[in-house]
Design a protein around this ligand. Sequence first.
Ligand code: H2B
Length: 102
Amino acid sequence: MAEKLNASSKRGFMAKAKAKGWKKVRGRDAISKRYVFADFNAAFAWMARVAMKAEQLDHHPEWANVYKTVDVVLSTHDVDGLSDLDVAMAQFMDKTAGAAGR
Ligand code: H2B
């Protein structure tokens, strides 16, 4: 079961995540980020890679793709907020997105 981040780990995580372009979602314990890739092929290849990671972790992003843009929201539905799994997923997404991850 995912562990909800406590206040101090959330502060620490948010400080680093904000520097990477993640934002708090208004009215929800969740974060969002827009990734813009070179083209649709790059965007969808990245989504496929993230999808396999999501299955491994049993933790799935809320996301939408239009052409080369992918809008992502991360939150853990089981705990109704941010958890260690969102941290892992955000790190994996940024690591694999290359220049689109900033
Ligand atoms: N993804 C996300 N983002 N949050 C969850 O709480 C979650 C999930 N729970 N993927 C998983 C699946 C759960 O529903 C299954 C039954 O393990």
